[in-house]
Design a protein around this ligand. Structure first.
Ligand code: NDP
Ligand code: 2IT
Length: 446
């Protein structure tokens, strides 16, 4: 490892003990940025790298709620307000039993650079709770969301901090959170994104992350004169991002052969077509069932406790969670002929897996670039809320496509190596950094 990165990481680890995912995210960025900062000493003198790795503010709070049996339950709520140099804090809320400070800090840190890449004026944040929505009734989820917002409302606002969805937070949860915010503040504002279409939401926001990651894949493939047409695609997850990635890949002529949840994955060699995707959406969004039921319904194979990367494919889209592709998975993907990875999830590949992809010089689109379409469309929802005028589906989709193209261009600008290989990791990290760093310098030592 570069001794400068090593020294910087020793400081990060000492200041943030035990926060492994945060260390991982910061190290990847430091590896891209430290050489760039050496060439641009103004960033070094202003200690921008040290400053962006320190959250502007962290709020941690108790979330008590009553379950359906009348028993008191206690969860922990968080909001990491990471950076506000280029706009109000912006980023999702995650509800999952694994949520802890280190995970949310990694997500907030990635969000700062991602939001900058979108070209829209948004700072970076992330929040959530260790609450597990699985197996809870709608009423329990509502009571949790109301309690969570009863504390969070003091720290957010449409010009301050605008949360949205992430794992475990979709339209249902945003509705409950929005209702409680409005009640507490007596204000109808765009304080959350991912809202329902009848009450301030944007068309295409539900689709945006999966569509965006597919548009990004299409851009990457185009650099090699290739396209999604005829490609066999392995997708992990079966939630929001996975569903709409499956839809768009299929629309572009690709064949999605896998879908997964935390229990296992299904392999459908004929491809998950529109009708089968409808089944998944009903299963996951309404019945809240397990992906195993797909195998039973369509008579395909189900792999309990396994991830989709053992299936031969041309392209992989990890759309579930962090560190879901390890070195062994990455090597197998390459061996099986995978030429493109577009990350719908945040940091789904371990550092060792990323190294395998970069050494093989495949088209590797890291999450902060490839999945930025979600937050970008949240930014478009904020614009529509400010104007109090909604845009059509076509208008939003066209803007999303333009944004994904521009993110790709930024990655090419900052990530193209001497031999012509585009290192999208460096491209996204440096491209996202420059705007934030310049804004921080302009605003002084704050
Ligand atoms: P959902 O909650 O809608 O779906 C998550 C999916 O991933 C489910 O299939 C879930 O399975 C699976 N999953 C979650 N945690 C794990 C785990 N620890 N191990 C295995 N599988 C897991 O979330 P989203 O689709 O919104 O989010 C997916 C990823 O995309 C996350 O990394 C998120 O940060 C990222 N992302 C989301 C954006 C958005 O707009 N929603 C924007 C940008 C990135 P199960 O049902 O069994 O839990
Ligand atoms: O990781 C992400 O970019 C999100 N979960 C979406 C954040 C947002 O504010 O729309």
């Amino acid at each position: 490892m570069d001794p400068r990165v090593q020294q910087f990481m020793a400081m990060i680890k000492a200041r943030n003990p035990g926060e492994n995912e945060f260390h991982q995210a910061v190290q990847e960025v430091a590896e891209s940025l430290i050489p760039f900062i050496e060439e641009n000493p103004k960033y070094k003198h202003a200690k921008i790298l040290e400053r962006i790795a320190e959250p502007e503010r962290i709020i941690i709070f108790r979330v008590p709620w009553l379950d359906d049996k009348g028993e008191v339950q206690i969860n922990r709520g968080y909001r990491i307000q990471m950076n506000s140099a280029i706009g109000p804090y912006k980023g999702g809320l995650r509800l999952h039993p694994t949520v802890n400070l280190g995970i949310l800090k990694f997500l907030a840190f990635e969000q700062v650079l991602k939001n900058s890449l979108t070209t829209l004026p948004m700072g970076g944040a992330k929040g959530g709770s260790d609450f597990d929505p699985k197996g809870k009734s709608d009423n329990e989820v509502m009571r949790f969301c109301q309690s969570f917002m009863s504390e969070l409302f003091r720290y957010i606002g449409n010009d301050t901090d605008v949360p949205a969805g992430d794992i475990g937070v979709g339209g249902r949860e945003i509705g409950y959170l929005f209702g409680q915010y409005k009640r507490l503040k007596n204000e109808f504002t765009g304080v959350l994104t991912g809202k329902g279409i009848e009450w301030g939401g944007s068309l295409i926001r539900p689709e945006a992350t999966g569509y965006g990651a597919t548009y990004f894949a299409q851009e990457m493939l185009a650099t090699r004169g290739d396209s999604l047409k005829g490609k066999i695609v392995c997708i992990s997850g079966s939630g929001n991002v996975a569903q709409y990635a499956t839809e768009k890949v299929t629309e572009f002529g690709g064949k999605v052969v896998t879908s997964s949840d935390s229990n296992g994955f299904i392999y459908d060699p004929k491809g998950i077509d529109a009708e089968k995707l409808k089944f998944i959406m009903e299963l996951k969004n309404v019945k809240r069932g397990r992906i195993k039921e797909y195998a039973e319904k369509y008579g395909v194979e189900y792999f309990e406790g396994k991830r989709p990367w053992i299936i031969k494919c041309d392209m992989a889209m990890p759309n579930a969670t962090q560190n879901e592709i390890n070195e062994t998975d990455a090597k197998l993907l390459i061996k099986n002929g995978c030429i493109c990875v577009s990350e719908g999830a945040n940091m789904p590949s371990t550092p060792e897996a990323v190294e395998v992809f970069l050494n093989a010089q495949i088209l590797y689109g890291p999450g902060k670039a490839a999945n930025a379409g979600g937050v970008a469309t949240s930014g478009l929802e904020m614009t529509q809320n400010s104007m109090r005028l909604p845009w059509s589906r076509e208008e939003v989709d066209e803007k999303l496509q333009t944004i994904m193209k521009n993110i790709h261009k930024t990655c090419v600008k900052y990530g193209t190596k001497e031999n012509g290989f585009i290192n999208y990791v460096d491209g996204a990290n440096i491209g996202g950094f420059v705007k934030v760093a310049n804004a921080m310098i302009a605003q002084g030592v704050v």
